[in-house]
Design a protein around this ligand. Structure first.
Ligand code: B12
Length: 467
């Protein structure tokens, strides 16, 4: 063992909050590489542990850490910085590191935002992390992306095996491992999305490596479910179909969820997804109004065909018993209330199982954010800002947009307005023979219904709306 002792932390959205949906694959992969090199590593997923600042301070004080690194997400950057501040207070000799999306977006400017960072790292850090820990040469590294992601080790999930990641908001999904099959999105043009700048290029792992990892997750680690956290799974691609066929051939029946685009779902893909054990898909429909879809650059073809594409994808999901969670945007740039209503009306009657409206956000790294900054609609340091009338890019206030989100959630998901939706959902689960999902969620029904009944998932305080 070497003299270094590294603590890697994934921060929560709020101190004390607990979110057990996905494992923090970024720091887990870095920890795996450090451990292989004989470096002592500890991983804390604070978003799943729910520690208080005091408990975090005690953990650092009682440890022998030489380095503490955090993932910085733009909306919660202050919590990440406060962890580094705690580290420096406990022991000013600890070397602090910051990486993750926010650093990749704002690069070395992060050093001006937070004086407690010794070393900032933009981009994918696997190939340099050992060097950065052992022989640091500078305060800022811009590493770009890794081309051959097959060369990376599987994340060592033993660092977080004591935590059961089993919830998607209030829906129980079973003890889950998160996984990546590809890095980056193959479309990369949506103007509201900031991921193409972050993940830089679309790269695929070989089907053999993916299925080898699935086998470990199912047979050795005994997880009950997988959440594939790819930006978007191309269900109709040769690559995805090869993965699915191999999973079926190897008898790996562990269920999984993933994100996908409606225009990437074909019949063969939907059938293979079901045979391979897919429980459901999260699909971003964004809007059904051709003008909005065109402006969002969501698709390549005629935006007038978008609602047809969506309906066809949802029909296929219905035929092959795949649960569909459909997300859409409310309050996009220059979107009228009538246009929002058209999308709500579509979602109310479409063959989707759960619909999830999101208020429009100007996100650093997205084309819309860049344009709004250039036009002077928002300030360059408003990295994560909900749309508002004061910007001149919507007729609505942020509050009105949030109210519309609540209304949309209620109208599209209420079991009173939409009983057939729940009949379909239960039919899909029964045909999947997904008894544990049915049983566990029946027990949680009061909580789930409370969500549907308009409990905001956004616990945002006013000063955090436009920062
Ligand atoms: C899975 C995921 C989630 C999961 C799990 C998050 C987790 N525990 O990792 C869940 C669903 C919980 C989630 C939640 C949120 N997410 Co999210 N999520 C993702 C997603 C799709 C994949 C992340 C991932 O695992 N990548 C794979 C790993 C290997 O890459 P990585 O994490 O980036 O790590 C690499 C580098 O960044 C770097 N690195 C990372 N950390 C560190 C630390 C150090 C010290 C160093 C040196 C390097 C380093 O090295 C790693 C290896 O290469 C990304 C989009 C994307 N494609 O990245 C969005 C993304 C990260 N999420 C985002 C957001 C905004 C959120 C939410 C705020 C959403 C919300 N409104 O509620 C919440 C907040 C999370 C929280 N703290 O509570 C944004 C972040 C934008 C930003 N500017 O910060 C992204 C980029 C999506 C987007 N909209 O553009 N998310």
């Amino acid at each position: 063992m070497s003299v270094e002792s590294v603590l890697l932390v994934f921060p929560p959205d709020k101190w004390g909050n607990v979110e057990r949906f996905c494992q923090p694959l970024g720091i887990l992969t870095l920890a795996t590489i450090l451990k292989r090199e004989g470096i002592k590593v500890t991983v804390i997923d604070l978003s799943a542990e729910g520690f208080s600042p005091l408990r975090m301070m005690k953990l650092i004080a009682n440890g022998d850490f030489t380095h503490i690194g955090v993932t910085v997400m733009t909306p919660f950057r202050r919590i990440a910085y406060s962890i580094l501040q705690i580290a420096k207070r406990v022991n000013s000799n600890i070397t602090t590191l910051a990486g993750g999306p926010h650093v990749t977006y704002i690069k070395e400017k992060v050093l001006l935002e937070c004086s407690y960072i010794d070393i900032a790292v933009a981009g994918e850090a696997e190939q340099r992390i050992v060097d950065i820990i052992r022989n640091p040469e500078k305060k800022f590294y811009d590493l770009g992306y890794i081309k051959d992601i097959d060369a990376l080790p599987f994340p060592d999930r033993s660092f977080v095996r004591h935590i059961e990641y089993n919830r998607m908001t209030n829906i129980w999904i079973g003890d889950s491992a998160s996984m990546k099959w590809v890095r980056g999105c193959s479309w990369r043009k949506c103007r509201f999305c900031s991921r193409s700048v972050l993940t830089m290029a679309h790269r695929q792992r070989s089907p053999e490596k993916i299925v080898e990892e699935i086998a470990i997750i199912q047979n050795e680690l005994k997880y009950k479910n997988i959440v594939v956290i790819d930006d978007s799974l191309r269900v109709n691609s040769k690559h995805t179909k090869e993965v699915l066929r191999l999973k079926i051939k190897e008898g790996l029946d562990i269920p999984f969820w993933s994100l996908a685009r409606a225009d990437h779902i074909d019949e063969e893909g939907a059938r293979l997804m079901r045979q391979a054990g897919a429980t459901g898909l999260l699909v971003g429909l964004e809007s059904v109004v051709p003008r909005m879809i065109d402006m969002y650059k969501k698709i390549s073809g005629n935006p007038r065909n978008w609602s047809h594409t969506l309906s066809r994808a949802f029909d296929l999901a219905d035929e092959y018993q795949l649960i569909i969670i459909a997300t859409f945007i409310v309050g996009g740039p220059y979107e009228s209330v009538e246009e929002i209503q058209k999308t709500i009306d579509f979602c109310r009657t479409a063959k989707i199982d759960i619909s999830q409206p999101f208020p429009f956000l100007y996100l650093i790294g997205s084309d819309f954010w860049q344009q709004a900054v250039s036009n002077g609609n928002i300030k360059p340091d408003q990295y994560y800002s909900y749309n508002d009338r004061s910007f001149g890019t919507t007729e609505l206030t942020t509050e009105e947009i949030f109210d519309l989100v609540l209304k949309a959630e209620f109208i599209t998901n209420s079991p009173l307005i939409n009983p057939s939706r729940y009949v379909r959902l239960i039919r899909k689960l029964v045909k999947q023979k997904n008894w544990s999902l049915i049983g566990q969620n029946i027990l949680r029904l009061p909580l789930i219904i409370k969500d549907v009944w308009g409990q905001h998932t956004y616990e945002i305080v006013p000063e955090e709306l436009h920062e």
